[in-house]
Design a protein around this ligand. Structure first.
Ligand SMILES: [Zn+2]
Ligand SMILES: [Zn+2]
Length: 65
């Protein structure tokens, strides 16, 4: 597995390795990370291609509460 696919940044505050918080529903690659220590969260990495797939794959359905 090439490293470029799963880029895990270090926390900007503590410099420790971030934990995966959210994965892309299409390609299952991590798109959001959180720091275990200071709870700093990264911004969600949007996969534009996955989003397109997602839109076709899951037609807009209202959430059933
Ligand atoms: Zn994706
Ligand atoms: Zn931190």
């Amino acid at each position: 597995m090439p490293d470029g696919c799963m880029r895990i940044d270090s926390c900007r505050r503590c410099g420790i390795k971030l934990k995966i918080k959210q994965k892309c529903s299409i390609c299952t690659q991590p798109i959001k990370f959180v720091c275990n220590d200071c709870r700093l969260e990264t911004e969600e990495q949007i996969h534009s291609t996955c989003r397109l797939v997602d839109m076709h794959y899951k037609p807009l359905a209202p959430e059933i509460a």
